[in-house]
Design a binder for this molecule. Structure first.
Ligand code: NDP
Length: 236
């Protein structure tokens, strides 16, 4: 618990994994948190709001519910994301666009909706969860890497656009993290990826959440891409 006033925080993809850890971290620090879920509301000490980020009306409704409970959203963390790993030659156009729709267009919808209120307040923090894969690339992850690299250009352009109004837009780029997403890989794939991590292990979701929380406190970090990847993305 800190001494400053509680902020209105909205975290997408807060039902599990990294998003859940982020929502818990803000809530435990005393902020007023709305965390989104798609199907099953997590039983947590923050407000759960239903939202599929591929639906603009869902995103709008989630913000309206969060604002009714906590006031205009001051911190947005866009963490909802999916993978659909496969070789390019097997990938359909729908496979590709479904990943882009969730990871990139979903973040666009949330950021656009958040900025409406942030412009009125002339302050705000937007943090987009990208990935080390955005910069490095990874076999069979062309759709995922494209979506996550897209977030970097999106965030940096937006930082230039809304920076003068007191709003910062940053990207946190985790490496392989212990969640359902990484559990979906085979042990062999995980072992292979770990070989390229100087720290020699996966990240814990809390390690990503701690950095997101830190960035949300910083008024002068803007347009940054912050790796939290045990060194896996060094040089990229
Ligand atoms: P999980 O698979 O554990 O959780 C994904 C979360 O995103 C769930 O809350 C899920 O909701 C939500 N979600 C997925 N699609 C949608 C949608 N259309 N609308 C709303 N919510 C949706 O993933 P992680 O916690 O591992 O990943 C969180 C973020 O971190 C993602 O953006 C991911 O790309 C990124 N990341 C993860 C890494 C890792 O190794 N785990 C590494 C680098 C980045 P539901 O429960 O309803 O399905």
């Amino acid at each position: 618990m800190t001494n400053r006033e509680a902020r209105s925080v909205l975290v997408t993809g807060a039902s599990r994994g990294i998003g859940l850890s982020i929502a818990r971290t803000f809530a435990e620090a005393g902020d007023n948190v709305a965390g989104t879920y798609r199907t099953t509301a997590p039983q947590e000490k923050f407000l759960s709001v239903r939202c599929d980020v591929t639906s603009e009306s869902d995103v709008d409704r989630a913000f309206t519910e969060a604002e009714a409970a906590h006031g205009l959203v001051e911190v947005l963390v866009a963490s909802a994301g999916i993978t659909h790993d496969q070789p390019l030659m097997r990938m359909t156009r729908e496979d590709f666009t479904s990943v882009l729709d969730t990871n990139l267009t979903g973040a666009f919808s949330a950021a656009q909706r958040a900025i409406r209120g942030m412009q009125r307040k002339r302050s705000g923090r937007i943090i987009l969860i990208s990935s080390a894969v955005a910069m490095r690339g990874e076999r069979w992850q062309s759709s995922y890497a494209a979506s996550k690299a897209g977030l970097v250009g999106f965030a940096r352009s937006l930082a230039r656009e809304v920076g003068p109004r007191g709003i910062t837009v940053n990207v946190v780029a985790p490496g392989l993290t212990r969640t359902d997403m990484s559990e979906a890989l085979t042990q062999e794939q995980r072992d292979q990826l770990i070989q390229h991590i100087p720290s020699g292990r996966l990240a814990e979701p809390q390690e990503i959440a701690d950095v997101v929380y830190f960035v949300a406190d910083q008024p002068y970090i803007n347009g940054a891409v912050i790796p939290v990847d045990g060194g896996a993305g060094m040089g990229h």
